[in-house]
Design a protein around this ligand. Sequence first.
Ligand SMILES: Nc1ncnc2c1ncn2[C@@H]1O[C@H](COP(=O)(O)OP(=O)(O)OP(=O)(O)O)[C@@H](O)[C@H]1O
Length: 711
Amino acid sequence: MDSKYSAIGGPNSENQNKHGFLKRKKAIVENLMIKKPKFSNGTTSVIEKNNCHEKKGGDQKVEIEKVVKENLQDARKQLPVYMVKARLLEEVKRNDTMILIGETGSGKTTQVPQLIHEMRLEGPGVIAVTQPRRVAAITIALRVANEMNTEVGSIVGYSVRFEDVTSNRTKVKYLTDGMLLREAIVDPLLKKYSFVILDEAHERTVNTDVLFGIVKLAQKERINQKMHPLKIIIMSATMDVDSFRKYFNNCPVIYLEGRSYPVTIYHSKMKHEDYQYAALCTIFQLHATTPPNHDFLVFLTGQEEIETIMHNIKQIAKETPGPSIRVCPLYAGLPPAKQLQVWKEAPPNTRKIVLATNIAEASVTIPRIKCVIDAGVVKERTWCTRTGAERLRVRACAQAAGWQRAGRAGRTAAGAAYRLYTAAEFAARPQHNTPEIIRCPLAPTILLLIAAGMEPSTFPLIDAPPEDSIKASLVLLKELGAIDNETNPKLTVLGKKMSAFPIDPKYSKVLLSAPEYGCLEEALSLVAVLSSENVFHTPMHKREEALKVKQKFISPIGDHITLLNVFRAFCKAPLKKQWCKENYLNHKNLSYACEVRQQLLTVCQRLNLTVSSCGSALDQLLKCLLSGLFTNCAWARGGAGTGGRYVTGSGAAAALHPAGALHAMRPPPPAVLYTELLHTRRPYLVTVSAIQPQWLHQVAPEYARRCRAVR
Ligand SMILES: Nc1ncnc2c1ncn2[C@@H]1O[C@H](COP(=O)(O)OP(=O)(O)OP(=O)(O)O)[C@@H](O)[C@H]1O
């Protein structure tokens, strides 16, 4: 491991202040002038030399496309996986279950399914390849279709939430782990598939963990029923092999050696208090010293942070010599079409800087990325079973994530990864992430398991979640009316309908109750907005102005109606982009909410629900919301101070979030309904509406009795 890198222009006493980067811009530019580090240049790959073909026309275009296709095949053949294909296929034939470990970029995700298909080992069945993230499933399917010289949606397809690009001809199907899980509800034996390849197993998302159990049971049952066998392949570059091997009955583990291109890792020589600032410094130092065709990928924690840094890069770039810069954000809440912009080639002499969360961490290849800048942090949610509070915190990511991130450089040429933390800090980190199943609410997963006919208490999991977490989720599902009892749960008619929606059961209950309150029109809009990221855009430098504009949407009833006002106004606005800009709203997130609404409406229509509007009777909408979110009530405690002090149904004390519509209300409402109990610096109720205390007794009498003691 190399430690040549010392983070350049890192924070010092002069330029450290708490007012954002713009005040530091001068310091950054000055630092650039004085210290120019010597970093090695990358090399150019065959694919890269030819990927300008789309701009040419006529015969020349056809000619160039042919060369690109040939080069794609040449590039494939150079991949470590391809080089050992005969041996690998032997192992695939011989074993029903196997674990495949290979370096990032060795060709596991793109090649293994293709090789299996080329030999027709899948027979009449389909090869499913799961990915924890939709952007990976889509881009890999596009790449593999290209390599196989076919259109995506025919032999190669993908299926992600709200988008299915497959057909009867599809033999290699990339899909998110959540989608395969949903398919398992309808067909727990996964009969359509002859292979299930679970990729990026180290990520340990709750969906992948559950799928491990589903495929294990399906494989066994298919043998019992003398059906065609189900082959299982577990893949990763960085996983905890021993526990997986034990779980899969000591199946063989195949190690692949070699990677496509080298990645040099550089660690910071000193610790950074402020990783955002260190990231900016590093971006501009590398910008000054690397050729323009070296694109950068920077790992940060979330949308707001990405947008702030994007703004700062654009400002600093105006005063910085060198090639032009194109900044591309990449985070989960970004609408899918916007996410794919990242794969568009930048114009000549322009450097692309991708600012991403961990969604770009595994599986994806963004061509031309030669420098990865890794802040080494991730935003993680943990859940407290007792209070129902979610804690959102930025924490150091595991070593496995560090390796995955570094692996995003060196995909199409040699690359480098700059870690904004020291080698000692890296060594002190845990090797793997805590599995998500240990720290997240389980009601959605348990509902899916029951819907698939599984028994939650005996379901085989690699790591069992805490017992109280399972119990709390069963109690919630019972109170939502999704199951008949908690000890030997069976799905009710309502529960079956709830499992048809690809959303949290609390929200599917809201939609299913809406016809009773005559407000499905509004409920659909509200659930769609709540399913998307923050619709308000409050830039740091225009905060006052943004808050002033927000006032026109604010409802005295609270944040839910405020959100509905925003969404309705957005739908009516003719020039949406311009309108959002003027109103400090996030156009991307509102557009995404529109797409989600359409999808949810389709499910409602399939279930024959009556879509009607409650007009100005907004109490109806709040009662309907309460039918799904009744566990999210809080009551004012005496001596209401700033923001109001509340206690939730589970006894947690929390304050109204300062950004909420009710924060300044005096006196604070006696009872509220909140969407989230979030613990950042202190516990806050987020997205809150005022309700009448007696509504809870009308809407959820059983729960109201249970939590009376707390109040
Ligand atoms: N969209 C793409 N554009 C250009 N090259 C690509 C693309 N996708 C894959 N490749 C090439 O194929 C190689 C293998 O990618 P693949 O995703 O199969 O590797 P992997 O072993 O699964 O890596 P990881 O563990 O990081 O997911 C990449 O290193 C890159 O050279």
